[in-house]
Design a protein around this ligand. Structure first.
Ligand SMILES: [Zn+2]
Length: 285
């Protein structure tokens, strides 16, 4: 008999099936995680969790796991695994930064895996269309070899926190593809800044598209943040540096919104403030 059966806990949890949630909108998941945890608590679990004092612990301190563990009937790791399994049925708002003239291509065709042949063709087209890059025409293969980066191939990244993306990784919006930016080098950046519009895509990601290990890590972050919320009732959501590395295309039906931030901090230029000359794309019109 498994631990849930011994504790009389149902092992099917409709609470997570099709549930949509957004990390930095705690109302969309914190109460549901609380309901899910409730039958897994010791009788005095809430008293242990909230002894009537503010816990002066940083939001990213792993101690939150041990605090929760002391309130549970089973152990933290087994519930983390169980939650990760249920999260497979949930949908999380995620974000992707890019630079495009027309966000409609994503609403029509979805977000596709990095295809190196396609990206190389795009790279050659950018060089061809911009006279100041013509000197690179005959050394594209060499520049690609020098960058020697195949880590993005057949992969696609989305993140759980738009604020964190804009704060620390806005180069995806300022320059577009990280690989093309690297191959073109510093001389290409001025050109890339004139192609398209910085774009933040919003994606409702079925977590079934992510791997079990990623869901396990997400479950741990959710349990820790839930514990922080329940103990200290903060009025702010903790930032989360969390990426999903996908190996399948995201269908168009999952793309739910887009925006064009006007001001961004450029991590490739000493975090200088970048003002976008355009904040409207063809799809906005
Ligand atoms: Zn637009």
């Amino acid at each position: 008999m498994n631990v849930e059966a011994k504790l009389g806990i149902r092992t099917t949890e409709p609470i997570w099936r099709g549930r949509r949630f957004i990390w930095n909108k705690p109302d969309s998941w914190v109460p549901f995680l609380g309901s899910w945890l409730s039958p897994r608590f010791r009788a005095d679990g809430m008293d242990r969790l909230r002894p009537g004092i503010y816990r002066n612990i940083c939001w990213d301190d792993p101690k939150w796991s041990s605090i929760l563990n002391e309130s549970l009937r089973g152990d933290f790791d087994s519930y983390k695994q169980e939650l990760a399994d249920f999260l497979e049925h949930a949908i999380m708002r995620t974000f992707h930064g890019c630079r495009t003239d027309d966000a409609g291509i994503y609403f029509r065709g979805g977000l596709r895996l990095h295809d190196r042949n396609e990206m190389t063709a795009k790279l050659r087209m950018i060089i061809e269309k911009n006279a100041e890059l013509h000197w690179m025409r005959d050394r594209v293969d060499e520049a690609v070899r020098e960058v020697d980066n195949t880590v993005d191939e057949a992969r696609l990244y989305v993140v759980a926190d738009d604020a964190f993306l804009l704060q620390h990784a806005a180069h995806y919006l300022i320059y577009g593809s990280e690989w093309i930016t690297a191959v073109l080098g510093s001389s290409g950046r001025r050109v890339l800044k004139n192609i398209g519009v910085p774009t933040l895509l919003e994606i409702d990601l079925p977590l079934s598209m992510s791997g079990p290990q990623t869901r396990m890590e997400l479950a741990a972050r959710m349990l820790n943040e839930w514990t922080r919320f329940t103990c200290n009732t903060p009025d702010w959501s903790a930032p989360i540096d969390f990426s999903f590395c996908l190996r399948v295309d995201i269908p168009a039906s999952c793309i739910v919104g887009h925006s064009h931030p006007a001001k961004l901090r450029d991590p490739l230029n000493g975090r200088d403030l970048y003002h976008s000359p355009k904040t409207v794309c063809a799809y906005c019109d």
